[in-house]
Design a protein around this ligand. Structure first.
Ligand SMILES: [Zn+2]
Length: 415
């Protein structure tokens, strides 16, 4: 049993910030009690100074694109051709993939991310390298083999039969093993034939509790190209039975109302990736339309089109995007931003009963933010008017440099 002293902020109820300046008791990785410090003996771990948040949940991030971060100045399809895809081809080499896997997992943990739905690699050996590294470090990861058979460089192509066999083998090694789970992952329907999407559906149907993830409605030129190839974008997945409550589609910046209705009916979640949307000029995310339609939304960093691993930055950019939408935007509060980065992500990934907040019965996945003494965040936190104000300052100024500790299942995986 471990008693952790600190200032804990979380959002078990959407829109409501909960604060505990006290103690959280952790046994076998699970929160078993919480309350004022006077209710407990002397703590084992003292995290006073700064704030403790639930571990952050990234619902869309590309493992092979760490080294592609920062390719600014291009729309989606040009960025893929010139920045992302040449780098993704490099992961055919096992040593290269292992190095990138290490950089990637380390980048997530340094940012305070404890759970992630990760877009894997087109190469099975590289996906093994990712799962191996995530398990070694302790990250809670869901990932899978990315598959395509159209449009991309030939090195990144597979066949329907091979995609099924390699996916099944990877899932056999990793799905449900420790904290790892498998996600069936066609890259996007623009790079997938009907036969490959059918094979993806076969694989999904043959695995218990696997996730499905892909991209949708990111950029107008992409949406038009998908329309030529498949017809509707959401329908290009839905017609194969790929959309359900365990499905996460990234972006959805340009949905039709009919598509939002389908996503809501299927229970499919959307990973909103605001720095990526801004960097690629994809557009301002219609959060209000998603909310009105009843579509679940969480946050993703979308590294490497996104500009870093920190979900604090994504939260801030989500806030900016909604502000820029004027009356069509949703005015997000600090509690909303934390909810998007934690509880909403856990819910999108089917982990809402395990992580996302620090209530009794939940896993102790947490991040301690203690800014360096004298940093601007340190200065402004000391003058915060209250917990909501402190959290606003964390989203405005916080980043990986402020992460002083990260826990998964009660085990500290970064100091
Ligand atoms: Zn993406």
């Amino acid at each position: 049993m471990t008693l952790v002293r600190g200032t804990f902020l979380d959002t078990p109820v959407a829109g409501e910030l909960r604060t505990l300046d006290g103690v959280v008791q952790v046994e076998d990785g699970v929160v078993t009690a919480r309350g004022p410090a006077s209710d407990f003996p002397a703590p084992d771990v003292d995290l006073r100074g700064g704030v403790v948040l639930p571990g952050l949940v990234d619902t869309h991030v590309h493992y092979p694109q760490v080294r592609a971060i920062g390719g600014l100045g291009m729309p989606l399809l040009d960025w893929l051709d010139r920045c992302a895809l040449p780098e993704e081809c490099e992961l055919a080499a096992p040593d290269y993939a292992a190095a990138v896997a290490s950089e990637f997992v380390d980048g997530l943990v340094r940012a305070g991310t404890t759970t992630a739905l990760v877009f894997g690699s087109h190469f099975a050996t590289a996906v093994d390298a990712l799962f191996t590294e995530a398990a070694r470090v302790g990250l809670r990861v869901t990932s899978g083999l990315v598959v395509s058979d159209l449009l991309l460089p030939a090195d990144l192509h597979t066949s329907p039969a091979r995609s099924f066999e390699e996916g099944l083998a990877l899932a056999g090694r990793w799905h449900g093993v420790g904290r790892s789970r498998y996600a069936v992952t066609p890259r996007f329907s623009l790079s997938c034939s009907p036969a490959l999407l059918e094979a993806s559906a076969d694989l999904l149907g043959s695995l218990d509790d696997a996730l499905f993830t892909s991209h949708v409605n990111e950029n107008p030129a992409e949406v038009a190209a998908v329309a030529d190839l498949h017809g509707g974008y959401v329908d290009s997945y839905d017609r194969y039975g790929l959309l359900g409550p365990a499905s996460v589609l990234a972006h959805d910046v340009h949905p039709t109302d009919a598509e939002l209705a389908v996503l809501a009916a299927r229970g499919t979640a959307v990973a909103h990736c605001p720095t990526s949307n801004a960097a690629l000029g994809s557009g301002l995310f219609p959060l209000r339309r998603h909310a009105d339609a009843g579509v679940r939304v969480a946050l993703g960093s979308d590294v490497g089109a996104g500009t870093g691993f920190s979900l604090l930055k994504e939260g801030l950019q989500a806030y900016f995007a909604q502000q820029l939408l004027g009356p069509e935007g949703v005015p997000l509060t600090p509690a909303d931003l934390l909810h998007l980065a934690t509880v909403a992500g856990a819910d999108a990934l089917g982990l809402a009963d395990q992580v996302g907040h620090l209530s009794v019965g939940m896993r102790f996945d947490a991040v301690w933010l203690r800014p360096p003494s004298g940093s601007t965040l340190d200065v402004v936190l000391r003058s915060a008017a209250g917990p909501d104000d402190a959290l606003a300052k964390v989203f405005a100024l916080g980043g990986p440099a402020d992460v002083a500790g990260v826990w998964v299942d009660g085990t500290r995986i970064r100091s």
